[in-house]
Ligand binder design. Structure first.
Ligand code: SF4
Length: 312
């Protein structure tokens, strides 16, 4: 009799635990949904505010322009990040340039944009929508050096940790941000070479000697394992290699090793390196992807190398 009573009590306790766990799970999901809805509503309000200011065009006041700069997202990367201690001013992987590059990557597995690390999930949505807002603001409104001095940027800053330069106006704003923060060292990552070159020329910079002293231009290669052709303003060519063997070969041939290193451990090379008059620094990093994708890319890489060798 006593055993039966004990068994019943245990069953009741288990049933209660199951019910409580299910109720807690429902509450947790509801709380997450509420936080996501609030985040999305806040983002929408910011986007609408920026769009309303930009729609004023020539009627925009100095206060409107200052408010737009307050809406720009400037981020200091924290401990644990590859770029800890570095600020970033980003465009977005959802920008027009990156979206077009991802579409064109469907025909070529060697195009790095097809493996973009910045694909959005629900919580990354906050970052990519803020960065897309950056792209809208900097791609539409050309600010003065004095206005841009208000941006809260510290000693080191990366342009385009996410996304790319969308147009000449954005490149001009980036160059002016560097002019407005002379004590900061900037690493300007880019793939959209025509936009960056147009921005430089529109700012009256047409020779290597005239390049801003506090920016280093890091040309990010479009094809996995194949270095981009250096341009007159490049300080470094950054290339992702398909596997350990090809990355090691590039490093053995003189490329700087970026692989899995934190920028701090690397001495912030991309920001602090001396400007070289010729022969930009070559930087190599191994591709991060799954086994199946790597196998396909390695095959495509060697096939292309063989084709190019056959042509030589
Ligand atoms: S080369 Fe160095 S500074 Fe440049 S991205 Fe890699 S780790 Fe950072």
């Amino acid at each position: 009799m006593k055993t039966t009573t004990t068994t019943n009590t245990a069953k009741e306790e288990n049933a209660m635990k199951t019910t409580t766990t299910a109720a807690l799970e429902i509450e947790r999901k509801a709380a997450t949904a509420r936080r996501l809805a609030k985040m999305r509503a806040n983002l929408t309000a910011l986007e609408n505010e920026a769009a309303a200011i930009i729609a004023k065009g020539d009627e925009m006041t100095a206060g409107d322009r200052a408010r737009l700069l307050q809406l720009v997202n400037v981020k200091l990367h924290e401990e644990g990040s590859k770029i800890a201690d570095i600020f970033s001013v980003d465009s977005s992987a959802a920008c027009d340039f990156c979206s077009a590059m991802r579409r064109s990557a469907t025909d070529n597995v060697l195009m790095i944009c097809g493996l973009c690390y910045a694909a959005a999930d629900a919580w990354k949505e906050a970052a990519w929508r803020r960065h897309k807002l950056n792209a809208l603001i900097f791609g539409t409104v050309l600010f003065t050096v004095e206005e841009l001095a208000a941006l809260p940027i510290g000693a080191l800053c990366r342009f385009n940790e996410d996304g790319d330069t969308v147009n000449e106006t954005m490149a001009r704003n980036y160059i002016r941000i560097a002019a407005s923060h002379p004590a900061t060292r900037f690493g300007y990552w880019y793939k959209n070479a025509p936009a960056v070159e147009a921005g430089l020329k529109a700012e009256g910079i047409a020779t290597r000697d005239a390049l801003p002293e506090n920016i280093r231009f890091i040309h990010s290669s479009m094809l996995i394992g194949f270095e981009a052709r250096p341009l007159w303003f490049d300080d470094a060519i950054f290339t992702v290699y398909p596997d350990e063997a090809t990355t090691a070969a590039a490093i053995a041939a003189g490329a700087h090793e970026c692989n899995g290193r934190k920028c701090r451990a690397c001495g912030f090379t991309c920001y602090l390196m001396q400007r070289r008059q010729a022969d930009p620094l070559r930087i190599a990093e191994i591709l991060r992807c799954n086994k199946a994708a790597r196998a396909e890319i390695v095959t495509a890489y060697h096939a292309r190398r063989a084709r190019l060798a056959g042509r030589a």
